[in-house]
Design a protein around this ligand. Sequence first.
Ligand code: NDP
Length: 288
Amino acid sequence: MSARILEGSVFARQFRDDAGRRAGVLRETYGITPGLAVIIVGSNPASEVYVRNKHKACEELGIYSEVIAMPEETTKEQLLARIDELNLNPRIHGILVQLPLPDQIAAHEAEILNRIDPAKDVDGFHPVNVGRLVTGEPGLVPCTPAGCIRMLELAGVPLDGQRAVVIGRSNIVGKPMLHLLLAKNATVTICHSHTRNLASIAREADILVAAVGRPRFVTADMVKPGAAVVDVGINRIAPKKLVGDVDFESVREVAGAITPVPGGVGLLTVAMLMQNVVQAAEMQRKKA
Ligand code: NDP
């Protein structure tokens, strides 16, 4: 039997509707319009598309949005000064710096991201927010893994007591996914490039998350029949051909549920960002 396809658009719509509704409450009840500032340094065509999408999503939901385009030759000090201004700007509740940064400042990425006020860190990358995620305190969580968990919940996929395997241990996807699944009482194993017997570990998973960055890495023989398979990967294998980290055609015959690429997890990230901007505004209002 073929797997149930978890369409990203369906869940993204729900995230956006919820963000729009909560933004409406902030506006009408408290006179607060949630605001996002996106800083983009230099010109990178892919980043420009992402930034445009974020801006458009904000407009749709009545979220104020500023795109701050800085030149390629921006110094670390100039960028830090801009972040400092935004940290103090009361119209702005969320700040993100679009990655990758140009070469001359890429080495300072951590210092730059850590300069963002944790209360406005809507990417959830600041060590304070990472710490909150690990300890289970409320904070801002990276959008892609947060979107995956919310999607699984909305889809009715059981998490409590289930075996979950995450392939990939990046700070952006793999590690936060581990903590989010743990917080839902799943029993979680994380695999990476040094893992031995990865296929047999993956086969134990009721929930298998692939965030590897390798085209069609997960094949049908690595999947337990009936498992929910979440494919975070986005790999361009030809100018107009994107594939995930999961071999969709073979795995869909084994899995119980699966996200496609394109059209799956990729659609959740911006929608989840909208939720994070609204959440940041809600938290800042409560603190004020
Ligand atoms: P990274 O490259 O930062 O991490 C990849 C992880 O996969 C690493 O932990 C690495 O292990 C592991 N890995 C690589 N090769 C193997 C292997 N042969 N066997 C086992 N593990 C392996 O990637 P990201 O986490 O940033 O992204 C992963 C994928 O998700 C990419 O395709 C990216 O484009 C996509 N992505 C999609 C998003 C979305 O919106 N849908 C958002 C973010 C990312 P090790 O640590 O040992 O090197």
